[in-house]
Design a protein around this ligand. Structure first.
Ligand SMILES: Cc1cc2nc3c(=O)[nH]c(=O)nc-3n(C[C@H](O)[C@H](O)[C@H](O)COP(=O)(O)O)c2cc1C
Length: 181
């Protein structure tokens, strides 16, 4: 069977974003687990506000999501919501998301780990027909989570990510088979 493809979206374009370290760590772990093919999608490459060609600019994202069997979102919480650039990226497509599972990984400098972002994004994802999986993984106090080489200082995330990948793979396989019927 062809390998599943599940990209990882980094949901903020902010200069100095800590979420970038989390996204790269998640990418590394997912690649090591080797359950599906993946790639990092950076919202910085999709700041549509700068172009009039909204649909043309979203084409690479459209191609990625059309091929994808699911999605992992790594995003901070901004003012208890989702970053605007992540919402723009998601809203630039429509049918490509339907009946595909999505894992939400929140990032914050405070103790809630982006959990309000993980809840705030649900109506959007459900409206688009995605299947949010449980649990979402919070990364609280993320500024203290990595050493200067980007190495994570808390081993517990390895197991949490392995569980998430197992769950996501299960849904991705089941839903892919059902979509192909
Ligand atoms: C505009 C803005 C709004 C924020 N709002 C929240 C918030 O509502 N809740 C929270 O826990 N952290 C909030 N933060 C702090 C982030 O948790 C912090 O920046 C963290 O490092 C993750 O975001 P980053 O990837 O942009 O660094 C906010 C940060 C910014 C820049």
């Amino acid at each position: 069977m062809k390998k599943l493809f599940i990209p990882i979206v980094l949901g903020t374009a902010r200069e100095g974003r800590v979420s970038e370290k989390v996204a790269h760590y998640v990418l590394k772990e997912v690649r090591e687990l080797d359950q599906f093919e993946t790639q990092l999608v950076d919202v910085r490459d999709f700041l549509f506000g700068k172009t009039e060609e909204y649909s043309e600019a979203s084409k690479p994202w459209q191609e990625i999501m059309a091929r994808a069997d699911g999605l992992i979102i790594v995003s901070p919480e901004y003012n208890r919501g989702i970053p605007g650039e992540l919402k723009i990226l998601i809203d630039s497509l429509d049918t490509e998301y339907a009946k595909k599972p999505v894992a939400i990984l929140g990032v914050s400098s405070g103790k809630w780990g982006g959990s309000r972002m993980a809840e705030a994004i649900l109506p959007t994802l459900i409206t688009l027909g995605m299947v949010p999986i449980s649990p979402s993984i919070p990364f609280p106090v993320a500024q203290n989570l990595f050493d200067e080489n980007g190495k994570i200082l808390d081993d517990s995330y390895k197991g949490k990510l392995a569980s998430m990948v197992k769950e996501l793979t299960w849904y991705a396989e089941v839903l892919k088979e059902a979509r192909n019927k």
